[in-house]
Design a protein around this ligand. Sequence first.
Ligand SMILES: Nc1ncnc2c1ncn2[C@@H]1O[C@H](COP(=O)(O)OP(=O)(O)OP(=O)(O)O)[C@@H](O)[C@H]1O
Length: 438
Amino acid sequence: MQLIAKDTDKNVAHMLDGFAYPAILVSAEYEILATNELYATTFGEIPRDRGSRCYEVSHGYRVPCDQAGESCPLAACKSSGVKERVMHIHTTSRGKEYVDVEMLPINGEDGALQYFVEILKPVNIASAEFSTENMVGRSPAFNKLVEMINLVASRDTSVLLLGESGTGKELAAKAIHDASPRRSRPLVTVECAGLTDTLFESELFGHVKGAFTGAVTNKPGLLENAEGGTLFLDEIGDVPLGMQVKLLRLIETGSYRAVGSTQLKRAHFRLICATHKNLMEQVAQGSFREDLYYRINAFPIVLPPLRERSEDVGIIAKSILGKLSPDEKYRLTDSGIKMLSACHFAGNVRELRNVLERATIFANSNIIDLKVLERCLLDTAPRNKIAESVVWQDLKTQEARYLNDLLSHCQGNKAQAAKIAGISLRSFYRKLDLVRGD
Ligand SMILES: Nc1ncnc2c1ncn2[C@@H]1O[C@H](COP(=O)(O)OP(=O)(O)OP(=O)(O)O)[C@@H](O)[C@H]1O
């Protein structure tokens, strides 16, 4: 234990060493009074130049978190009188990091709230800085997602990941598995889209020799590969009805039979499902079983579309570039980030990734700027709407955008686009050549 404020009650401060995580003792006035050894080894010594209040040390703020637009566990704890928990991004010696913060109230002899113990558990499932390994983001919507994943990861509860295509459902499934006690066992993904009843059944359950034409040997199913680990059923909304009942039985009883076999096998796995579809609507239409819906939906997590967390675009884009070309060290300019942040991205992070991959091809150097990006967006992202207020652009760029939007409106029909633009088809082609050829 290390005393920060010398007049602190040492007996209370020594209590910090009993925690298995980094912990600090805080006064009701936000002053850090003492830290435990784990705090110093995990986050470093309290930097004296930042002040000694928790919001100064952990965030570099001049005011408590709730006055800086964030949730403040200490203020919440003061008003509730019980333990509070939030997901915060803290500034540490390594940069910005996700931290699971628990605040415990400690009453004095008179029964009044006197101290607070803040327990800080580092969260490794996501990064608030550049990372080529983890999911990245720092928006409030992403923070909420990290909080949900962190809460459920250590349990065996079935998780249903909901969100548009390309929002990161598969990455979230991996994050849950990696943070779960099953992390040393396999994570097995089953792409449910496009599988027929029979194919699905033999893929998942396996088959025995002679079960059907072509079954020349016994083949174990994916369930066997997932033993003790996590089974991730991607696009669960596409599982054929006939197979849904077998899936339900598997989840309810934990047992199954390989195709063509009478032997009952037991499976031990944690289930994560994902879909971009509205399963409730499918239930109403009769294409998804209601009983299965409730079985898989024990803990739903919604992945927000990228357009609702535009603050994340810059950090995600930099991380994707780092993944795409680890050796090249591409630099995305600030105006480039501003432009991408204003895009609609109907295909979410996957579409952003495609735009950046094209950018690495078009770029003549390692700088990815507005000019390069305009070209990428022009060529194949017609649904992207670049906000008017982004930056003043030259006429050629403006014209490119106009032609792009017009073509998108006309679904690629150049004759119709030329008619609306009030120019001949030949002139339209000429303009397209001009804006596309750099
Ligand atoms: N927060 C994030 N940080 C970094 N990369 C991300 C993030 N979210 C998604 N990605 C990347 O975006 C791409 C799409 O993600 P993913 O495949 O997980 O989406 P999905 O929701 O499962 O898509 P679909 O519904 O089409 O299967 C992947 O390359 C993934 O690595």
